[in-house]
Design a protein around this ligand. Sequence first.
Ligand code: SF4
Ligand code: SF4
Length: 299
Amino acid sequence: MNITKIIFGAKNTDIENLKKLVRIYSLAGADVFDVCADSEVIANARKVIDGLDLVKKPIVCASITLSNDKHANKAEIIKDKCCGCTRCINICPQKTIVSEKNIAKVKTDGCVGCGKCLAVCPNSAIKMYNLNQSFETQFLQAKSADCIEIHTNGKDQNLYEIFEFLKQNYDGKIGICISQNTDTQEKIKIITKCKDIISPKKLIVQADGNSISGFDNEIKTTQKAIEESKNFQNIDNITLIASGGTNFKTAELAKAEKVRLDGIAWGSFARKIIFDNENDTEENKLKKAKELIGSLFFE
Ligand code: SF4
Ligand code: SF4
C-alpha cells in the first residue's frame, strides 16, 4: 500500500483553495490530486506543483461524473424560505455559504455537494441539484490531466462505450468509482468489464465507502471504505484505493482486517486540515498533512 491521493472535489472549482491544498499536500508527499474536470483547475494544480522543489511530483487526476452522480451535486438556497439562522453557514465544511442581507447564499464554486447544510436547515430552504454535464464536455476539459476517473452510478447505458473511447483516445491512467447504492455483484461485473476493455492498461478502482463523509477521525467513519475495498480486493490486475470516509484510522483498519489495498484517497478529512481553522499556521497545517500522508505507512 503506497499510493496517497488527495481529493479536492469532483466539482470544486475554487482556485484559491485548490492552490492552498495542492501546495501543502505536495510538500507533505502526496502522489495524486483528484480534481474537477476543468482545464483551469488542472492547469492551476500543475502550476503549483511545478513551482515547488519536490523530489517526487504528484500527478493530477480529473474526475468525470456521469448522470446524476452524487459528486456533481451542488446546494442552492431558496431565498423565500431562508430565515437567516446561519446553521448552514456554521456547518458547511467548505466554508462556502455566506450571509447576504441576512439571507444565506452558496458560493457555488466551492460546494462539494456533501448535503450537510440540507440536513440542518429548519425551513427546508436548501435544495440540491446536479450539474449533469455530458461526458463529451467534461472529457474536452479533462484530457490534459495525467489520469481520468469516471464516476458512475452503475446504470449509465453508455459506460462501456466511454471506456472504449478512453482506450482509443486517451493516453493517461484510467480509473473508476461506482457509487455506493449499486449492488456489489453488479459493481464487480462493471469493474471486471471496464478492466478488460482498457487492458493492458491497469484500471484504478476507487472503492467509495460513504462519499464525502470523512469529517472525523473515528473508526466507524472509515469502516464502509474498508468494507467496500474488501468487495473488490480479489479482482486481479486492478489498483485498489479506498475512499469515502477515510481518515487517520483507515490504514490501521485495513491492516487489521488484512485488506489488500494499494492506497488511500482522502477528501473531506484532508480538506478539513487545510480549511477548518483559518488561524492555523501553514507550518502546523503541513505538519498535520504529513501525519495524514504518513498514516499510510505506519508499522
Ligand atoms: S439553515 Fe436554512 S434557514 Fe438557516 S440560514 Fe441556512 S438556508 Fe437559511
Ligand atoms: S454544506 Fe456541503 S452541500 Fe452544503 S454548501 Fe457546503 S459543501 Fe455544499
